[in-house]
Design a protein around this ligand. Structure first.
Ligand code: NAD
Length: 359
């Protein structure tokens, strides 16, 4: 029995969550997966009810589950809350409790949305479909630090087991994609990066089908915006991955479209955007980031590429038909190409259209 925790959260979370859940249920039923979906309160809504963003009861349900599907948390209502009980604290606690050590962030440009990218068409036309596998639980964000008036330091510390598991995650991911893996580091300067390179080289012999390369992070930052088509899968440290995954996201031009997975003891799937309080409750949010998070759940948690492919293709077809939520309608309307008429639709309408494609 596949046990899924569903935590829609705050702001647009429940709106996009309901749509994504329908699609997820449809594919689970279609493939005959036995499942149970357990809803929990998480984030601001949990603070309102229990005084904390992640209650003990919710946590014990999570610890007995196979995966978590998250909406988004936070909003102005809780901005002045005691920092120890802010909604975002719940997110950090969740990642820690789930021992999520690998963050998968795809950046893909959908054909019909090419004009939403800030990059030149001549670059985009060569295709952008990148997956950044970022180490999430170690490195400089967690290393020893000291902060004084006149000096301060942070430490980039990585142990062999930490590097091995994330590098393996990178190879496994590359195997499910284009079988090309690039290690991004700063091995010309950092000792920790040199250990990453050594271990990357050792593990590569277990994956002879994967074509490997390595690149310094400064070069990778340039290449991502000048020649993103060169990349398939990237594996990198926490700090470099944090920066590069945001750079990669921006080149797709559509924050509402991007999913993510955090893999560990219990895997977490969520869109990369926040709770968008400015548009919450209006049925205009783009649910595609969350729908594609459900597709990632199939591919990376249930190891089922069939439903993952189907969901991704259904999203493609709906975009190709010209259906757009407001966020992607506005940016692409000007560039209406080949006589295609764009139709502005609501959260629920685009969800229904994707479900219809699947049916
Ligand atoms: P945001 O991602 O919520 O919104 C940024 C902009 O993008 C807004 O204009 C919003 O309307 C738009 N947007 C985001 N998602 C969209 C979607 N699916 N469809 C259409 N438009 C969308 O970032 P923010 O405004 O900086 O943060 C709002 C709240 O979310 C804050 O409380 C923040 O702490 C929280 N937050 C939560 C997460 C998370 O849950 N993982 C991540 C980031 C921010």
């Amino acid at each position: 029995m596949f046990k899924l925790i569903y935590a829609p959260g705050d702001g647009i979370g429940p709106e996009i969550g309901d749509v994504a859940l329908k699609i997820l249920r449809f594919e689970l039923d279609k493939y005959g997966v036995e499942y149970k979906i357990i809803p929990i309160l998480f984030g601001g809504v949990s603070i309102d009810k229990f005084g904390v963003p992640l209650s003990d009861d919710a946590l014990s349900l999570i610890k007995n589950s196979d995966a978590v599907l998250l909406g988004s948390v936070g909003g102005p209502k809780w901005d002045n809350a005691d920092p120890s009980v802010r909604p975002e604290k719940g997110l950090l606690a969740l990642r820690k409790e789930c021992e999520a050590y690998a963050n998968y962030r795809p950046a893909k440009i959908y054909g019909p949305l090419k004009d939403a990218s800030p990059l030149k068409r001549s670059i985009i036309d060569r295709g952008v479909d990148i997956m950044i596998v970022r180490e999430l639980s170690g490195g400089i964000y967690f290393g020893k630090r000291s902060e004084g008036e006149d000096e301060a330091f942070d430490t980039e510390y990585y142990s062999r087991p930490e590097i091995e598991r994330i590098v393996k995650a990178g190879f496994e991911c590359a195997m499910k994609r284009g079988k090309k893996l690039c290690l991004v580091d700063k091995a010309n300067v950092l000792a920790s990066s040199r250990l990453w390179r050594k271990i990357f080289g050792e593990i590569s012999s277990d994956y002879p089908k994967v074509e490997t390369s390595s690149m310094y992070v400064d070069n990778a930052a340039m290449q991502l915006s000048s020649a993103p088509y060169k990349f398939d899968t990237i594996v990198t440290s926490n700090l470099f991955g944090d920066i590069l995954s945001d750079e990669a996201a921006v080149i797709t031009g559509s924050i509402g479209m991007l999913p993510s997975a955090s893999i560990g003891k219990i895997d977490i799937f969520e869109p990369i955007h926040g709770s968008a309080p400015d548009i919450a409750g209006k049925n205009i949010a783009n649910p595609i980031g969350m729908i594609l998070s459900a597709a990632m759940l199939f591919r990376y948690n249930l190891n089922m590429s069939g439903p993952a492919d189907e969901i991704e293709k259904a999203v493609d077809r709906v975009l190709n038909k010209g259906l757009r939520t407001a966020d992607i309608y506005d940016r692409s309307a000007e560039a209406e190409t080949a006589g295609k008429t764009l139709v502005k639709v609501s959260t629920t309408e685009i969800g229904e259209a994707i479900l219809n494609e699947l049916e």
